[in-house]
Design a protein around this ligand. Structure first.
Ligand SMILES: [Fe+2]
Ligand SMILES: [Fe+2]
Length: 136
């Protein structure tokens, strides 16, 4: 999974829907397979943000480090919610799995909304700065 963070968010939502569909269909093996794909996609996404995107933002915009720290806390919460989902599905408990999936889905949606608002605000700042550089 590669691309902009926002494009990756849409792909993660599709992976979540695949787990939900497998749980609803009652296939524990299919749910675990879909969850493995979700886990790999989510971990790759979080790792890319932490290794490629956040460090330069932190270096260039120290005024945004508090917001970045909150996003990193969100990553820790997402990893915890994913581990709980994996645990339920490993026990082939689809009812608890669906509940754990709902928690993960809500956390991911909230995190993505916060992150996209953060990136939009950074983008607006850059445009304002660029406009100031080009306006006599
Ligand atoms: Fe993200
Ligand atoms: Fe993130």
């Amino acid at each position: 999974m590669t691309g902009s963070p926002i494009a990756e968010h849409a792909r993660l939502e599709a992976l979540l829907r695949a787990v939900a569909a497998a749980c609803a269909a009652g296939g524990a093996g299919d749910a675990q397979t879909a969850c493995d794909r979700l886990g790999q996609g989510l971990e790759a996404h979080l790792d890319r943000e932490e290794s490629l995107y956040f460090p330069p933002i932190s270096a260039l915009r120290p005024d945004r480090r508090g917001a970045l720290e909150r996003l990193l806390e969100g990553h820790r919460e997402l990893r915890g919610a994913l581990a709980r989902l994996q645990g339920r599905l490993a026990e082939r408990d689809l009812a608890d799995g669906e509940r754990a999936l709902a928690v993960l889905a809500r956390q991911l949606a909230d995190h993505e909304a916060d992150e996209e608002a953060f990136l939009d605000a950074l983008d607006a700042d850059l445009r304002e700065t660029a406009q100031g550089l080009t306006t006599p």
